[in-house]
Design a protein around this ligand. Structure first.
Ligand SMILES: Nc1ncnc2c1ncn2[C@@H]1O[C@H](COP(=O)(O)OP(=O)(O)O)[C@@H](O)[C@H]1O
Ligand SMILES: [Mg+2]
Length: 416
């Protein structure tokens, strides 16, 4: 009886389960939204405060919190409802059984008292299933989100080719390479063929959005070509052990990367203990000099052991950039990629860093993306991109002298 009745009751609880499941999904989504709001507000706090725009975000955050509170409250009510309802249900049915026994069957009550106790326990246990299931459903929204994340992670996991690349010594070769971020967005790089011999220096030039940074991401194997080939020292990129290649790359990206730690650790990236190891310290100082930041570091009370704050908050934009460059120079990479690395710097620092980079010519392979074309005058080869196509290539002087050259036009524009 208890089993049959319990099953019927569980069926009746289905609408509640549906409701709880919905609530759980909404809660998980809303928590994600709230976290996104908060993280973005914290990241942009200085800007938002300086421009008095915090109230705009505050509105969104408050609304999100009140929605979240609403969901939590309804979940609590649903939970309390299930807890509260099971006891009365059991009691009602026991009374029905007692009434049936006394009035309908006209039997004494005593012989069935034990079965009533058993019935009571059984029905409570069965309703306990509902309670446990409801607690599970309470978390189903978060679980579903997590499951989706894991599925996507698996889908996009990098297949590693396993070929250990020795020190880069011949060339990077791109053959009829096409790339698009997704089919809907269309191609970003179209039919690119070019060579980057080891120890040479090349510059990528073009308007913003032309695909230069995308090309760099392909070189570091962060992105995979849609079609065409990328060969490194004659090995197809798909067959490479990615780490063995990436460890040879130094990359100063458009967004500065600074860690909340000391300057020394920011340069050596916790490779050892700079305070204990004089040799490591000497290397760090050397890199700092090359990046034209040593002088500034010496003016700090704690020198190389000064802390830079969250995302380098205690440094100026230019200092942050130079610290970033110092880290990449410290690594002594075989391929150094500079994606508008010096754009944010004053002319003096830019020139000094330029000299350090010039000193690397012939020792390291250099891929330079620069808006200020004066900084790439001495590279071996210039590649000009336009809307994802490689439209011109040649030496700086050669391209300048070429009639109707797009590059010459760009140079002329910057001289104005
Ligand atoms: N992660 C991304 N997802 C989708 N599209 C992107 C992404 N990154 C860049 N793009 C698009 O690809 C094009 C080339 O961008 P990018 O390589 O950054 O240009 P550049 O560095 O030459 O200024 C742009 O149109 C940009 O909108
Ligand atoms: Mg870019």
């Amino acid at each position: 009886m208890a089993l049959l009745l319990g099953l019927v009751l569980l069926m009746l609880f289905r609408w509640l389960n549906h409701y709880v499941r919905q609530l759980s999904r909404q809660t998980a989504q809303e928590s994600g939204r709230l976290a996104k709001y908060l993280i973005q507000t914290l990241h942009a706090f200085k800007y938002l405060r300086a421009t008095g725009q915090i109230p705009k975000l505050k509105h969104g955050i408050t609304a999100s919190i009140s929605r979240l509170t609403g969901y939590e409250m309804r979940r609590g009510i649903a939970d309390a409802f299930t807890r509260a309802i099971s006891e009365p249900i059991a009691v009602v049915f026991i009374m029905l059984i007692v009434m049936a026994q006394l009035l309908y069957f006209e039997q004494p009550l005593v012989p069935i008292l034990v079965s009533i106790v058993l019935f009571y326990r059984a029905i409570n246990s069965i309703l306990g299933i509902q309670h446990s299931w409801q607690s599970t459903l309470d978390h189903i929204g978060s679980l579903e989100l997590l499951h989706t994340e894991f599925t996507q992670l698996k889908q996009h996991q990098e297949a590693d080719g396993g070929h250990q690349l020795g020190p880069f010594s011949q060339a990077i070769r791109l053959q009829n390479l096409h790339f698009g971020y997704s089919p809907e967005l269309g191609p970003v790089l179209k039919d690119i063929s070019l060579d980057i011999p080891a120890q040479s220096s090349i510059a990528l030039v073009g308007e913003s959005g032309a695909g230069k940074s995308t090309l760099v991401d392909l070189l570091s194997l962060t992105l995979q070509p849609s079609s065409g080939e990328l060969l490194i020292d004659g090995v197809n990129a798909a067959q490479l052990n990615r780490t063995s290649w990436r460890q040879q790359i130094g990359y100063v990206s458009q967004e500065t990367v600074v860690f909340d730690d000391s300057i020394a650790n920011n340069i050596c990236l916790w490779q050892g203990d700079p305070q204990q190891d004089p040799q490591l310290m000497a290397q760090i100082e050397q890199a700092a000099r090359q990046a034209h930041i040593a002088h500034f570091i010496q003016t700090l009370p704690e020198g190389y052991h000064s802390l830079v704050g969250d995302r380098g908050l205690r440094l100026s934009g230019g200092q942050r950039q130079r610290l970033f460059i110092a880290r990449e120079l410290f690594r002594q990479p075989r391929l150094l990629i500079l994606d508008e690395a010096t754009s944010a710097l004053d002319s003096e620092s830019e020139q000094a860093i330029q000299q350090s980079i010039d000193a690397l010519k012939g020792k390291t392979t250099l891929v330079i993306i620069a808006h200020r074309l004066s900084t790439i005058r001495d590279v071996d080869r210039v590649y000009v991109f336009d809307q994802g196509r490689l439209v011109e290539q040649g030496g700086y002087a050669e391209l300048c002298a070429r009639p109707n050259s797009r590059f010459a036009k760009l140079v002329a524009l910057q001289k104005l």
